[in-house]
Ligand binder design. Structure first.
Ligand code: ZN
Length: 188
């Protein structure tokens, strides 16, 4: 896979000594390792959770107030926090970004994004209350019909892919869980 994200640890999280690259025979891999205390720093893909929030035939989008992609419309989402489930993360992000109370219906799309060291999980959810408003990371929050979706002003490829599948599947009422591999960066 092409690699955009290749993090390294300069100093040991445990004792503060300078890390060194070391080949770990048991893993067949090079890692950042501490020559002083033996600690090995692992870097793993980061899970991201997003919510496709449906209400009366419309989908809720938030306009981003922060970079990346400030000013573009997005599905509420963000990094999964420690000690929460994927679905809890999607609900939390929906509250933080759109002050939307939601009920998760199902997992819908799992995206592998190996070049970025990420995996994104999109859930279908229902809006529990028509009270919603921009959180601190959003400029605006609105419900859009399929025709109203600002396709040219969407934040990320994961968002446009999710919306296209969602509106296509809605015609049949069947929402199969998909696995989608993103192999290349959006703006190479
Ligand atoms: Zn150490």
């Amino acid at each position: 896979h092409k690699v955009l994200y290749d993090p390294h640890a300069l100093f040991c999280d445990r004792c503060g000594a300078r890390m060194e690259r070391r080949f770990i025979p048991e893993e067949g891999n090079e890692r950042d390792a501490c020559p002083s205390c033996g600690y090995i720093r692992y870097f793993n893909p980061t899970p991201i959770v997003v919510a496709i929030i449906e209400h009366k035939g419309k989908v809720l989008l938030a306009k981003r107030a922060i970079d990346p992609q400030k000013g573009f419309w997005t599905l509420p989402g963000g990094f999964q926090e420690l000690h929460e489930t994927l679905a809890e993360g999607a609900a939390r992000e929906s509250w933080e970004e759109a002050r939307a109370k939601i009920s998760i219906q199902q997992l819908y799309i799992a995206y592998d994004i190996p070049f970025a060291g990420q995996a994104t999980f999109a859930f279908i959810a229902h809006l529990e209350s028509e009270d919603f408003s921009p959180g601190p990371e959003s400029l605006d929050v609105r419900l859009f019909t399929e025709e109203e979706i600002p396709w040219d002003e969407l934040s990320f490829r994961t968002v446009s892919i999710a919306l296209r599948h969602f509106f296509a599947d809605r015609k049949t009422g069947i929402f199969p869980v998909r696995s989608i591999l993103l192999e290349q960066p959006e703006n190479p």
